[in-house]
Design a protein around this ligand. Structure first.
Ligand SMILES: Nc1ncnc2c1ncn2[C@@H]1O[C@H](COP(=O)(O)OP(=O)(O)OP(=O)(O)O)[C@@H](O)[C@H]1O
Ligand SMILES: [Mg+2]
Length: 504
């Protein structure tokens, strides 16, 4: 390392409402390096970056760019220093077109002030092409899939010709090939002298692209160094203060009767001829790559999508679920994949976000039983280790991972007989993942039927009794959780192998 880093943060302190969130934190980023910023949910990563990005002011401490102290009083000053910020909770505007989002606040105009639309579209197209993305710059963002929204945020940073790019969990909704593209691009940015601060809970990714790391725990700096010399276990230990078990969580518990039966479920272009049964006490996994149709399949079973054919039976009775309300009535709960869009109400308090799907539990003769609600919240706060000092604050004040824990608590509290989790550990740190796995296993031991969707095969293997692999809308293999291994699952997930006989 040289002695003239591109960016230095020194002795940063920050409190919110008297609660310290960062304590004397320092961070040094060299020119042309990819620096991982690591730590548990709520450790202070996004807050530290918000200070660098001029979103929050520090209570103490200073920031230096190229050796000169800079007061990051607002986001514009930070941008002028060549710093771009790809936020964890995506900030694209759904009602604007792609190119309008790209140039929001820095529109290209001609001399008399008219917008140069074609030029902005051309530039948008060119940057998108470097990311390997082919979308119409004039398309409305609301019509696009979440992964494109993330790509737009990334493209925006590229367009600005930044010197330092902050990426706060940039890959949460990207497909594998998009992640690989991003990594290629990060490497070439690095070659051209751009620095990157990379926040992620996926240790594999960090090991692949990062040169150095800094770990925060409870708002304090606990370690920093070069990536090469560390193995992932050491870093995990620094983050969570303990080693993480690689064992399977799920035990063989006796199953009850069949609770859900799905026959020949088909939705043109999304999934085809899906058959499975689910028993009480069973945890059934679905995995595959992006585009395998599993999310669409379960969005249909929960009534978010209506156009499908086939039979669904709950407790032996034929049901037609074409609205989430009907799904709930049939005893199905669903933890969806896109937290910000589908699962939280951001202006509502943390505690009410928890009770949203189960208001009935907290009512008696029309009155809300506050104490019971508080008691239940305390239970989940302990069980899932939710970091929040005051549950009355709005949920958007919580760190990303802690918001996800509240969403999970909401559905655990709704206490449905069948619970579907789509990508439940998105943005959750390695330590807290274990607590969520434990809750899922406990549900099954209580006789609930659980379905888990995840693209991470190791996660599915850890918590499922049996595993369905999907490829292009079809189930291509079924494994017993005990004997499943990651390589074999990948062969079916990528379509390089498929079972000869029909699954079902
Ligand atoms: N605007 C705010 N008001 C009050 N508290 C806040 C605010 N922003 C962040 N916090 C608190 O600061 C702490 C650190 O949050 P931060 O978002 O920095 O965590 P993080 O390390 O990014 O976690 P994650 O991995 O879950 O994203 C949390 O306890 C959070 O609730
Ligand atoms: Mg964060």
């Amino acid at each position: 390392m040289t002695d003239n880093p591109f960016m230095t943060m020194k002795n940063i302190d920050k409190s919110f409402n008297g609660v310290p969130v960062l304590k004397n934190v320092s961070l040094k980023v060299e020119k042309g390096e990819i620096h991982a910023l690591l730590g548990e949910n709520g450790a202070g990563k996004s807050t530290l970056m918000n200070i660098l990005g001029g979103v929050h002011l520090p209570d103490n401490g200073s920031v230096y760019i190229d050796g000169e102290q800079v007061k990051m009083l607002n986001p514009r000053i930070s941008q002028e220093q060549g710093i771009s910020f790809i936020h964890q909770e995506l900030n694209v505007v759904a009602d604007l077109k792609v190119y309008e989002n790209m140039f929001l606040g820095s529109e290209i105009r001609n001399k008399v002030g008219f917008l140069k639309v074609e030029e902005m579209c051309r530039e948008t197209h060119d940057v998108m092409a470097t990311l390997g993305v082919d979308i119409d710059p004039k398309e409305y963002v609301r019509n696009l899939d979440t992964s494109y929204k993330q790509l737009i945020e990334i493209a925006k940073a590229l367009l600005r010709k930044s010197r330092l790019i902050i990426m706060d969990e940039p890959t949460t909704s990207l497909a594998e090939h998009e992640v690989n593209r991003l990594f290629e691009l990060m490497r070439s940015l690095k070659q051209s002298g751009v620095s990157i601060i990379y926040i992620s809970h996926k240790l594999k990714e960090i090991k692949t692209v990062c040169d150095s790391y800094t770990v925060l725990r409870d708002g304090e700096l606990v370690g920093t160094g070069s990536m090469e010399r560390e193995n992932p276990e050491t870093i995990t230990k620094l983050m969570v203060g303990k080693a993480i078990s690689q064992e399977r969580y799920v035990h063989e518990n006796p199953f009850g009767p069949v609770i859900m039966e799905v026959k020949n479920l088909t939705s043109e272009g999304l999934f085809n001829d899906i058959n499975f049964t689910l028993q009480q006490g069973e945890i059934l996994g679905f995995t595959g790559l992006a585009g395998d149709g599993r999310t669409e399949l379960f969005e249909s079973l929960f009534g978010y999508r209506k156009k499908y054919s086939g039979e669904v039976r709950i407790n032996g009775e034929l049901v037609k679920i074409d609205h989430p309300r009907k799904a709930l009535k049939a005893g199905i709960g669903f933890v969806p994949k896109n937290r910000k869009e589908n699962a939280i109400i951001k202006d509502l308090s943390v505690i009410h976000n928890m009770s949203l799907s189960s208001m009935g539990n907290f009512e008696s003769s029309g009155f809300l039983r506050d104490n019971l609600e508080k008691e239940r919240f305390q239970y989940y706060k302990d069980a899932l280790n939710i970091k929040v000092h005051n549950p009355q604050i709005t949920i958007d004040k919580l760190s990303g991972g802690n918001q996800q824990k509240v969403v999970i608590a909401k559905w655990l509290e709704a206490n449905t007989d069948i619970l579907i989790f789509d990508n439940p550990t998105q943005g959750i740190d390695v330590g807290a993942k274990q607590e969520i796995y434990q809750e899922i296993v406990t549900l099954s031991e209580q006789g609930k039927a659980v379905i888990v969707l995840s693209s991470e095969a190791p996660e599915i293997i850890k918590i499922c009794h049996s595993i369905n692999v999907m490829y292009q809308g079809e189930i291509t293999a079924r494994f017993d959780g005990k004997s499943a291994n990651e390589e074999e699952i990948m062969q079916y997930a990528t379509g390089s192998k498929r079972e000869a006989k029909k699954i079902g």
